[in-house]
Design a protein around this ligand. Sequence first.
Ligand code: SF4
Ligand code: F3S
Length: 106
Amino acid sequence: AFVVTDNCIKCKYTDCVAVCPVDAFFEGPNFLAISPIICIDCGLCELECPANAIFQHDALPEGQQPFIELNAELALVWPNINTVKAAPADADLWNGVPDKLQFLES
Ligand code: SF4
Ligand code: F3S
């Protein structure tokens, strides 16, 4: 499955949800998670994310492995999202800031 990683936190552009053919995205306060049960590995969302936050599970950047389990867990408890919404006003300021896991709201 594809995995949403650290740089989505506090950016949450949601462009990714518009292209997913199987509605595999689930929405939290400041992050999205992909359900590994629903994702069919089409790869479309990876190209769409302005924050480059989406990777295939076996091609994750160093240190992003914990997001595999995090996506699986959060996708079970958060509501589905399949329409784009406005990003946070300060999203561009947070794009590229490292180690945002400490700011994840659930
Ligand atoms: Fe959806 Fe395809 Fe992304 Fe999986 S890889 S979450 S199926 S757009
Ligand atoms: Fe997050 Fe990128 Fe989607 S920032 S909400 S994974 S478009």
